[in-house]
Design a protein around this ligand. Structure first.
Ligand code: ATP
Ligand code: MG
Length: 206
């Protein structure tokens, strides 16, 4: 089994996540790519993250009809910080695991817990992200495989911000995700009470 993992907060999942997952599956010949939302943050900070149930449900809706993309909730129930090395330990030894990530996330790899073990256990598949120089990244992580993907200047931060000021963001997310955001009032100024205060202080969520 050749498996890809795309981890993140997915607040909300958007078309760049889905395009990255599908590009990885195609270019690296993966059987499946797991979209793996991080659990609710465990440490307070000024940045809130929507509750995991919303982030999970949006991800599930987004991949419902997509072959080879699956949502995996194994990190959601874990207490405390999430470390990639622990997540990798939950896969059988004979499963070929690939970590799919944007270049911004890849920059942090050298500081991850047991980074050397992560790097020997999993193949790193990196997709471009605006503002990150791939030459610098290639020097930092020479073994990383750089996927050929259009640079998409989209982020969850930007979508949340657009939603909160009433700017159009409908076509940056799958239609079902747009409907979910609207139905639950996520990211609307009045809906911000639902966000739990806390950090993105896990290593894979910049
Ligand atoms: P936020 O702005 O809240 O951080 P995000 O769009 O960066 O949201 P994350 O959940 O943080 O989304 O990211 C999950 C993974 O997807 C990370 O590896 C990140 O680099 C990657 N990713 C997110 N957006 C893009 C994009 N536009 N192009 C390429 N990779 C992306
Ligand atoms: Mg991010």
């Amino acid at each position: 089994m050749r498996t890809g993992i795309l981890g993140g907060t997915f607040d909300p999942i958007h078309i760049a996540h889905l395009h990255a997952a599908q590009t990885a599956r195609h270019q690296a010949g993966l059987d499946r790519v797991l979209i793996m939302p991080a659990g609710d943050p465990w440490q307070k900070s000024e940045h809130g993250v929507s509750p995991a149930r919303h982030r999970l449900e949006m991800a599930r809706l987004a991949v419902e009809d997509v072959d080879g993309l699956e949502v995996d909730d194994r990190e959601v129930d874990r207490d405390g910080p999430t470390y990639t090395i622990d997540t990798l330990g939950t896969f059988p030894d004979d499963e070929q695991v690939h970590l799919v990530m944007g270049a911004d996330a890849a920059l942090g790899i050298p500081s991850w817990k047991e980074a050397d073990k992560v790097r020997s256990r999993a193949t790193l598949l990196v997709v471009p992200r605006p503002g990150v120089d791939s030459t610098v990244l290639a020097e930092l992580i020479p073994e990383a495989v750089f996927l050929d993907m259009a640079v998409l200047e989209i982020s969850g931060t930007e979508i949340r911000e657009m939603a909160s000021r009433g700017a159009p963001f409908r076509f940056l997310v799958p239609e079902v995700v747009y409907e979910y955001i609207t139905a639950h009032g996520l990211y609307a100024e009045s809906g911000s009470d639902d966000r739990v205060g806390a950090s993105t202080d896990t290593e894979e969520v910049p």
